[in-house]
Design a protein around this ligand. Structure first.
Ligand code: 6GU
Length: 225
C-alpha cells in the first residue's frame, strides 16, 4: 500500500512511521508513506497556503489552488482509491473503516489546519472524510498518523503470530480480555489460576467470558451492534 500525505507540517509526520511495527511494514516494502509539503505546490508569493474567509469570521482557510495542484500532481502519477480529508466533521474512524482501507492500494490523505480547507476541494476532489473522535485537534496530522498506523498494521505480512490483529479489541466487536506475564505472583497479586491449567479450550472460554464481561461493563453499546 502507498499513502501520500499532504500537509503544511511534514516534520510532524516523520517519527510516527519510523519505529516498531510501522518501521517493519516499511522495511518489508508492504507500506510506503510519503509526505508532501503543501507549500511546495502553491503558486502564491511567500509560499502562502491560507487566507481570510469570505463572509468574515475568525480564522484562516486553506486555499483551493495549492491543494488542487498537490492532489493533481499525485493523481497524474498513479490512480488513487481514495482522497481522504482529515476533519473533525468527518465520519468517525472505527476498526471497520481501517479494515476496509487496508484493502486499498493507493491513498491520499489531506491534513487540514486553521479553520479547514476551502469547501470546493471537499466537493470536487475528496472522496472520504474521516474524524478520529469527538474533540478538536489543532491539525489533521496526528489524526492522519492514527489512521496510517491503524491501517498499516493490518496489511498482510506486517504482523506475525505474536502480534496478530485477530484478537485485538474491536476486531470481533468486543474488547480484549486481560493479559498477564511473569511473574505469576507479583507482590502477592496472583494471576487467575485458569491461565496455568494447560487446557487451551478452557483458557479460550475464559478469555471469551472476560471479553464479554469487559465489554458489558465498559462499552455496552458495542454489544448492540
Ligand atoms: Cl481528523 N482533525 C482535526 N483537526 N481534529 C480532529 C480530527 C481530525 N478528528 C478528531 N478531531
Amino acid at each position: 500500500m502507498r499513502i501520500d500525505i499532504i500537509t503544511v507540517l511534514p516534520e510532524l509526520l516523520e517519527s510516527p512511521f519510523s519505529h516498531s511495527i510501522m518501521k517493519r511494514a516499511k522495511d518489508k516494502g508492504l507500506l510506503e508513506v510519503y509526505t508532501h509539503n503543501l507549500r511546495d505546490y502553491t503558486p502564491y508569493k511567500q509560499a502562502q497556503v491560507d487566507d481570510y474567509q469570505f463572509g468574515g469570521g475568525a480564522g484562516m482557510v486553506m486555499m483551493p489552488e495549492p491543494l488542487a495542484l498537490a492532489i493533481e500532481h499525485l493523481q497524474n502519477e498513479r490512480k488513487y482509491d481514495e482522497v481522504i480529508y482529515m476533519t473533525p466533521d468527518g465520519q468517525l474512524f472505527e476498526q471497520k473503516t481501517a479494515n476496509s482501507l487496508s484493502m486499498k492500494e493507493n491513498l491520499i490523505i489531506i491534513c487540514g489546519h486553521y479553520k479547514g480547507i476551502d469547501d470546493r476541494i471537499r466537493e470536487h476532489f475528496v472522496t472520504m472524510e474521516i474524524s478520529i473522535g469527538d474533540y478538536v485537534l489543532s491539525g489533521g496530522e496526528l489524526a492522519a498518523a492514527v489512521v496510517v498506523d491503524t491501517v498499516g498494521r493490518l496489511l498482510p505480512g506486517v504482523l506475525n503470530d505474536e502480534t496478530s490483529a485477530l484478537f485485538d479489541s474491536f476486531q470481533d466487536g468486543m474488547l480484549a480480555p486481560p493479559v498477564y506475564t511473569r511473574p505469576a505472583d507479583f507482590r502477592g497479586w496472583k494471576i487467575p489460576d485458569i491461565l496455568l491449567c494447560g487446557d487451551p479450550k478452557k483458557i479460550d472460554d475464559w478469555r471469551y467470558e472476560q471479553s464479554l464481561k469487559r465489554t458489558e461493563q465498559r462499552r455496552p453499546g458495542l454489544l448492540d451492534e
